[in-house]
Design a protein around this ligand. Structure first.
Ligand code: ADP
Ligand code: MG
Length: 240
């Protein structure tokens, strides 16, 4: 579903992604971990072309992301993204936050968009918040709305960039539970997170990045029990 082949990216003279090779199959859940500044967000953002790569090949569902002929809107339609700071429209009700893109981008009717939105709000456990404004919701609830909003576009891939990092501790679990359920249903997911419990339990693979490189890629059990790379060992030891 996603394939990086010798992908490099520079920000000016700064070599932020260095020879990235990574393949993610349909239905796979890959958790990306690593120190701050190692390039995790940039890696994610290349997938939906929020960032452009400098060289190498990146394909998503058979489409070359950086081919000038690629329709970016079509590409992005298939990729949902959830950010650390929910990025909901503050002046729109929850339901409108979710129906907006399906109506505008997919051209579905208002009525169908509402039905779909309610379906996903039920899925994330807050159908009763449909008519609320984001500011009336807790952080955990807002993030669940953001996930429902992504799902309402019926994407093939969901990207999560530290979705629980801005949440109070008591709200982290409810968001991770929604993500776990999504993973169980077979969604292809790339998740940047510091939640090692989630990585252990849900990931098919863990990717460890440091200074723009993928240093290690392994099944979670193998990675957490016996990280091969010294920098991965150090990173894990500091989390505890
Ligand atoms: P992470 O998500 O692992 O913390 P990022 O991908 O956000 O790392 O950033 C990796 C490095 O690239 C950091 O040193 C950051 O300062 C730099 N960087 C990120 N975005 C930009 C940008 N738009 N311009 C210049 N440098 C950037
Ligand atoms: Mg980041």
């Amino acid at each position: 579903m996603i394939r990086f082949q010798r992908v490099n990216k520079h920000f000016g003279h700064f070599h932020v992604l260095q020879d990235i090779n990574l393949e993610i199959g349909q239905g796979e859940v890959v958790v990306v971990i690593g120190p701050s500044g190692s390039g995790k967000s940039t890696l994610l953002r290349c997938i939906n072309r929020l960032e452009t790569i400098t060289d190498g090949d990146l394909t998503v569902d058979g489409v070359k992301v950086n081919d000038p002929k690629t329709d970016i809107n079509e590409l992005r339609r298939n990729i949902g993204m959830v950010f650390q700071h929910f990025n909901l429209y503050p002046h729109k009700k929850v339901i409108q936050n979710i129906t907006l893109a399906p109506v505008k981008v997919l051209g579905v009717s208002e009525e169908e968009a509402r039905r779909t939105a309610m379906h996903y709000l039920e899925k994330v456990g807050i159908p009763d918040k449909a008519e609320s404004f984001p500011s009336q919701l807790s952080g955990g609830q807002q993030q669940r709305v953001a996930i429902a909003r992504g799902l309402a576009m019926k994407p093939k891939i969901m990207l999560f960039d530290e979705p629980t990092s801005a949440l109070d501790p008591e709200m982290i679990g409810e968001v991770l539970d929604v993500m776990k359920a999504l993973a169980k249903e077979g969604m292809t997911m790339v998740v940047v997170t510091h939640e090692m419990g989630f990585a252990r339990e849900v990931a098919d693979r863990v990717v460890f990045m440091d200074q723009g490189k993928i240093l290690e890629e392994a099944a979670p059990a193998a990675f957490f029990e016996n990280p091969r790379e010294e920098r991965a060992q150090l990173f894990l030891s500091r989390l505890i």
